[in-house]
Design a protein around this ligand. Structure first.
Ligand code: SAM
Length: 216
C-alpha cells in the first residue's frame, strides 16, 4: 500500500473510533509511571510538543498538573476537532508528524505516545530527524511504541480492540531497531522500559518506551 493510502486509512479509522478512543483513554492508562518519570525531566513553563496527541488528554494533563507550555498536533481532523472541543484552552493544530511546521530548536521536549506506530517503518528515520530539528540542544523525546512479542508478529492491519470491525495499521518495531534509528538521527538513549499488554483492552504487543536526548 502506498504511504498516502496508508495515512488515509489511519485517518479514516480514527474518524470512526474518535469517540470510543476518548472513552478508552478516560478509563485510565497503564503507562502513567513511565510518563510521570519522563515529566520529571522538565520544569514548569518549558515547551513540550505532543505529537499524535489524539483527543488531547495527556496534553491537557501536562498543562494542568505540570504547568508545561504544551502544543498538541495530530493529523486526524476528527481527533483534532474532539481535542479542541474537550479541551478548549489547549493549543491544538492539525499537522503530520512527518512534516513538523515549527522553527528549529523550538521545544524542550517531544512526547510521542503511540503515534509513530501508525507510520510505515520507512518513514521513521526522517520523522526522527524532524523531531531532532525542532528540539533544543539536549532536549528530550519520549516514544511509546508497539514491539512484537514474537517473530510471527509483523507490521500490518490489526483489529481495534474496542471496535473489531475497524482495522488499524500498526508498525511493530523492536528496541534494537528503534534505538539504532534514534542514534542515527542524533539522539543519545537515556532509558528503555517495557510492559506486557493488557490483552482485553490493548493490542497484543509489548509496550516499549524509549526516552532519548538530543546531542548538542
Ligand atoms: C493511539 S492514538 C494516541 C493518542 C494519544 N497520544 C494518546 O496516547 O492518548 C494515535 C494518534 O496518532 C495520530 N497519528 C497517526 N499518524 C500520525 C501522523 N503521521 N501525524 C500526526 N498524527 C498521527 C492519530 O491520528 C491518533 O490520534
Amino acid at each position: 500500500m502506498k504511504t498516502d493510502d496508508l495515512s488515509r486509512s489511519v485517518q479514516d479509522a480514527y474518524k470512526q473510533i474518535a469517540k470510543s478512543y476518548l472513552k478508552k483513554v478516560r478509563s485510565g492508562s497503564l503507562d502513567h509511571r513511565f510518563i510521570e518519570k519522563f515529566l520529571t525531566l522538565f520544569v514548569p513553563g518549558q515547551k513540550l510538543l505532543d505529537i499524535g496527541a489524539g483527543t488531547g488528554e495527556m496534553s491537557a494533563e501536562m498543562v494542568a498538573h505540570h504547568q508545561l507550555d504544551v502544543c498538541a498536533i495530530d493529523f486526524s481532523k476528527d481527533m483534532v476537532r474532539l481535542a479542541k472541543k474537550e479541551h478548549p484552552g489547549l493549543r491544538v493544530r492539525r499537522m503530520d508528524l512527518r512534516k513538523l511546521l515549527f522553527p528549529s530548536k523550538t521545544f524542550d521536549g517531544v512526547f510521542a505516545m503511540y503515534s509513530l506506530i501508525h507510520i510505515p517503518e520507512g518513514d521513521v528515520p526522517d520523522a526522527l530527524l524532524g523531531i531532532n530539528r525542532v528540539l533544543k540542544p539536549r532536549g528530550y523525546v519520549y516514544l511509546a511504541l508497539q514491539e512484537p512479542r514474537h517473530r510471527m508478529q509483523k507490521d500490518g492491519f490489526y483489529p481495534v480492540v474496542y471496535n473489531r470491525k475497524i482495522n488499524m495499521f500498526i508498525n511493530l518495531i523492536t528496541e534494537k531497531e528503534m534505538t539504532a534509528y534514534l542514534r542515527k538521527a542524533g539522539f543519545k538513549i537515556i532509558e528503555v522500559s517495557r510492559r506486557a499488554p493488557h490483552v482485553e483492552t490493548e493490542y497484543p504487543f509489548t509496550k516499549l518506551f524509549i526516552v532519548a536526548q538530543k546531542k548538542r
